[in-house]
Design a protein around this ligand. Structure first.
Ligand code: PMP
Ligand code: GLN
Length: 380
């Protein structure tokens, strides 16, 4: 008998990072920053480790972290969350997503998903027994569309998964898109699982609006965040999930048998980091915006067509005119012949909708970006 997931391809992030290593390429594929992350937060984690924070912490997460998460989202997003009943610490956003989907979906329930989608969503929905209803968003705007939502929602809709800001398209859904989706959630009594890991990485003065803050959404939204993105510490895998107490009881049941807990020294450090002043978050955004502009301007100067990036660490580049085939073929050529690893955006479109965009990560040192630009010169 074949194991259940055996027919799935290896995740594109692992595949492209392996190819990058094999070819000695500059890895602008998998999203992780060159920046080592804030030293004080890392030192706090090291200190906690030395101080003996090494045994199982409470299943719901350290109280200090749950309180810090509540204070953080009150300050940054005006949310009022009860740290005792409405916040749980998970091993990354990935565990929060898996737990939420396992907890909320009964076999046969329909789940509305938007493409492009983070590659973990669809296998998790399927494994939970959900029936995916995919709404394909069209580049370059990637906006939600009322007619498409009306076609996707049905009386069997139980869950909708929204990623805002959206990886890989670097789109930030604003109030109108969110209000439209909220209307459908309310009308169909659906729960929204909102993956907001990129909530702080938004540019040009834009502000992230949590779906949970919209009228009627407080009791029907599961909000997911990740310290990996907030502090550029992707390997830490400290996530948080927020939902009203009734939903949280189910999420906690899933969590108890997935990971149960998350390393306490890292939780301690994240609790400290979440209290950083607003200026720190502004400087982090400004740094990434500068990197975005450096890569976007460089690519545009070389003749590439670059889509706007309002959030995340990613730029989307149109490869249709380059004569390299579709995006997957183009990425193979880019890594093997030009020494630059990228991610084909079709990996985020399980319906095969878009095949002419590649995603590049700009969360890199200037020298890394300049070296990549040097390798790509003459291609466009
Ligand atoms: N969701 C999205 C949209 C992501 O981009 C990522 C990672 N980049 C994750 C979830 C996973 O987050 P974590 O590493 O905290 O599990
Ligand atoms: N989220 C990261 C990205 O989009 C990759 C995470 C992973 O490797 N699974 O690049």
């Amino acid at each position: 008998m074949n194991p259940v997931f055996s027919d799935l391809p290896t995740t594109v992030f692992e595949t492209m990072s392996r190819l990058a290593r094999e070819h000695g390429a500059i890895n602008l594929g998998q999203g992780f920053p060159d920046d080592p992350g804030p030293l004080d937060v890392r030192e706090r984690g090291a200190q906690a480790l030395r101080d003996g924070w090494n045994q199982y912490p409470p299943m719901m997460g350290l109280q200090a972290l749950r309180q810090a998460v509540a204070a953080h989202y009150a300050r940054h997003q005006g949310l009022d969350l009860d740290p005792e009943a409405e916040i749980m610490v998970t091993s990354g956003a990935t565990e929060a997503l898996a737990g939420a989907l396992l907890a909320l979906i009964e076999p046969g329930d329909e789940v509305v998903l938007f493409a492009p989608m983070y590659d973990a969503y669809l296998p998790l929905v399927r494994r939970a027994g959900g029936v995916p209803r995919i709404v394909s968003l069209k580049p370059p705007a990637f906006r939600l569309d009322e007619a498409a939502l009306a076609a996707a929602f049905s009386p069997r809709t139980r869950v909708v998964v929204l990623n805002n800001p959206l990886n890989p398209s670097a789109t930030l859904f604003g109030h109108d898109d969110l209000a439209l989706l909220a209307r459908f959630c309310r009308a169909h009594d659906a729960v929204a699982v909102c993956d907001e890991v990129w909530e702080h990485v938004v540019f040009d003065g834009a502000r992230h609006i949590p779906l949970m803050a919209l009228p009627g959404m407080r009791e029907r939204t599961v909000k997911i965040g990740s310290a990996g993105k907030i502090f550029s510490l992707t390997g830490w895998k400290v996530g948080f999930v927020m939902a009203d107490a009734r939903l949280m009881r189910g999420l906690a049941k899933a969590h108890q048998f997935l990971t149960f807990t998350t390393p306490p020294n890292l939780q301690e450090a994240v609790a400290y980091g979440l209290g950083k002043p607003d200026a720190w978050f502004d400087a982090m955004r400004a740094d990434y915006a500068r990197s975005r502009d450096r890569l976007a301007d460089g690519l545009t100067g070389l003749g590439f067509r670059v889509l706007p990036a309002r959030a995340t660490w990613f730029l989307n580049v149109d490869i249709s005119g380059l004569g390299l085939g579709d995006d997957a073929a183009a990425c193979e050529t880019l890594v093997a012949r030009y020494g630059v690893a990228a991610i084909p955006v079709s990996a985020f479109y399980p319906d095969g909708g878009v095949r002419d965009l590649v995603r590049l990560c700009f969360a890199k040192a200037d020298a890394t970006l300049d070296a990549a630009l040097g390798r790509l010169a003459g291609l466009a």
